[in-house]
Design a protein around this ligand. Structure first.
Ligand SMILES: Cc1cc2nc3c(=O)[nH]c(=O)nc-3n(C[C@H](O)[C@H](O)[C@H](O)COP(=O)(O)O)c2cc1C
Length: 353
């Protein structure tokens, strides 16, 4: 090493090289500088945030949510106008126009399609693959991971119950132990509750190829979320982001993690009232279930766009406790990289002592 390089710089560049080695596969798959994906968030992950994440070296993902083909086409074109770097599109498998949405992505030359919200149907998998895009899917268990790989999926996301939005029952810590050591055929990205580079580093060392973060980016400067939504994130602690509660097993509620507010408390009362109306014969079981399912319709938009953080759905992961200020996306990514590099450099220092 030339003598004009200070030991501290040498330590940093060795550490950065090690981090780049650890997530090399994820970066190569995504075509990004760092293997940090911006998890798609309905209403939040639109052109500005997605382009900002990709421009900062990460990999942004548009949340299609309930958009139809025309709106999605406009969002993709808008994003392409803001970045020349790769980004993906997240489609919900139960969207009634899934096939048309896939076609829109392929026509627009989107390189990566994420199919979320359930096991992707075979027709959708084939359409994405035949169209030349890379397919990313979520897996809640090892057996499903293997089945998805056999069906042609190119990468997997394992998302722990710490995450914001719709969640499964198992934490990332357990999913990582159950899945990472056994999946080598495709890159696996980890998600849920991540906010610090050292934790991401540990997961990379366990075999992950990269990480997906949502909550931290929702509060970024480039996020279109209402200032009150971002302030709620900045104020909240991890324990404030709880899964929705199901009152009666006869009326299933899909668990969603978000900040507890008046709307969450009203939902509990609404479930009790609806169950009582069913028990008194006033409502059929189907009508009661439908009423419960409809309770949150439009509620995420009300919170994110209108700033109604009391009655709206303020979806957030437990990582919300690590949101301390509204920061530019590039700063959020630089901090995460810096934390991972610092952790590696510290080890190097200890080893050479
Ligand atoms: C406000 C919000 C909306 C979300 N919407 C979606 C969505 O539309 N589709 C999806 O696949 N995941 C959605 N997610 C999950 C994220 O993509 C990501 O996996 C998750 O936020 C990761 O956990 P973290 O929030 O702890 O970083 C959402 C999360 C949040 C916080």
């Amino acid at each position: 090493m030339p003598p004009d390089i200070a030991p501290i710089d040498r330590e940093q560049s060795t550490a950065r090289a090690e981090l780049d080695r650890l997530w090399e596969r994820g970066c190569a798959f995504l075509g990004s500088e760092v293997a940090i994906m911006g998890g798609a968030m309905s209403w939040v992950s639109e052109r500005h945030l997605v382009a900002a994440i990709s421009n900062a070296g990460g990999f942004g993902v548009i949340a299609c949510g309930s958009m139809g083909p025309d709106l999605l086409a406009a969002e993709i074109a808008g994003t392409q106008a803001l970045t020349s770097r790769p980004f993906g599109v997240n489609l919900i498998t139960m969207h009634p126009q899934l096939d048309a949405l896939i076609r829109i992505c392929l026509d627009a030359k989107v390189g990566h399609i994420v199919l979320a919200g359930g096991i992707p149907p075979g027709t959708a998998v084939r359409a994405v693959k035949d169209g030349g895009a890379k397919l990313i899917a979520f897996t809640p268990a090892l057996v499903l991971a293997k089945r998805l790989i056999r069906s042609g999926v190119d990468a997997l996301v394992i998302e722990g119950s710490e995450a914001g939005g719709h969640i499964g029952p198992v934490s990332l810590m357990v999913l990582a132990q159950e899945i990472l050591p056994y999946i080598r055929d495709v890159p696996v990205f980890v998600a849920g509750g991540l906010g610090h580079g050292e934790a991401i580093l540990a997961l990379l060392e366990m075999g992950a190829s990269g990480a997906q973060l949502g909550t931290l980016f929702a509060a970024a400067s480039e996020s279109v979320a209402h200032p009150r939504f971002k302030q709620a994130f900045i104020r909240a602690a991890a324990r404030d982001a709880l899964p929705s509660v199901q009152l009666d097993e006869r009326f299933p509620v899909i668990p969603v993690r978000g900040l507890v507010n008046e709307g969450v408390k009203r939902f509990l009362r609404f479930q009790a009232e609806t169950r009582d109306r069913f028990q008194s014969g006033e409502l059929s079981k189907e009508a009661a279930q439908l009423a419960i399912e409809h309770f949150w319709a439009g509620a995420l938009r009300r919170a994110v766009i209108d700033g109604d953080i009391e009655q709206g759905s303020v979806m957030a992961g437990q990582s919300v406790g690590m949101v301390t200020a509204e920061k530019p996306t590039a700063v959020i990514i630089a901090e995460i990289v810096g934390q991972a590099v610092a952790a590696l450099a510290k080890r190097e220092r200890v080893a050479t002592c």
